[in-house]
Structure formats: C-alpha cells, structure tokens
Design a protein around this ligand. Structure first.
Ligand SMILES: [Zn+2]
Length: 85
C-alpha cells in the first residue's frame, strides 16, 4: 500500500502523550504499543485498526480515481498556440 510509511498518532490512555506509528507498524503490531513517555502498555483494538485501514484504502483508491479523472479533463496545449490568440 502506498501509504504504508505514513504515520498515525496514538494517544496514551495514561499520560495523554502521543506516539507516532506507521501504518506498516500498525498492521504488524496492532494489538498493543508501549508509551515512550510513561512506559505503560496500551492495548489497541486490532479489529478496529483493520476496519479503519480498509476504509483508508477505499479513500485512497477514490483519490487515485479522482486524480486520474482530473488528468483526463485537463486540456494541455503547446505554449506557441496560446500566444497566437
Ligand atoms: Zn503514556
């Protein structure tokens, strides 16, 4: 997935500090993470992570579709033809 290196911030339930984790990390270790600030282990709902990642993939597919459509709509003309007007 193209967004696998993007990160999402997880908020610690104990201290409220945020820890950034990449989507790759989330997919592979999504059941828990250790807060770098207070050391507590926070459990993550892996099912929810899966659901959210599926939504995100759908949104990215839609974005790619929109970009493709935009590219098709753009009217590109050589520079010399515009100066004739
Ligand atoms: Zn913490």
């Amino acid at each position: 997935m193209p967004f696998s290196s993007l990160s999402v911030k997880l908020t610690c339930i104990e201290c409220g500090q945020q820890t950034a984790k990449t989507f790759d990390w989330l997919r592979e270790h999504a059941d828990r993470f250790d807060c770098a600030h207070c050391g507590v282990t926070v459990v993550i709902d892996q099912k929810q992570v899966d659901d959210e990642l599926v939504k995100l993939v759908g949104a990215i597919d839609e974005l790619e579709h929109q970009i493709h459509a935009l590219r098709a709509r753009l009217r590109l003309v050589p520079a010399h033809s515009t100066s004739e007007r």
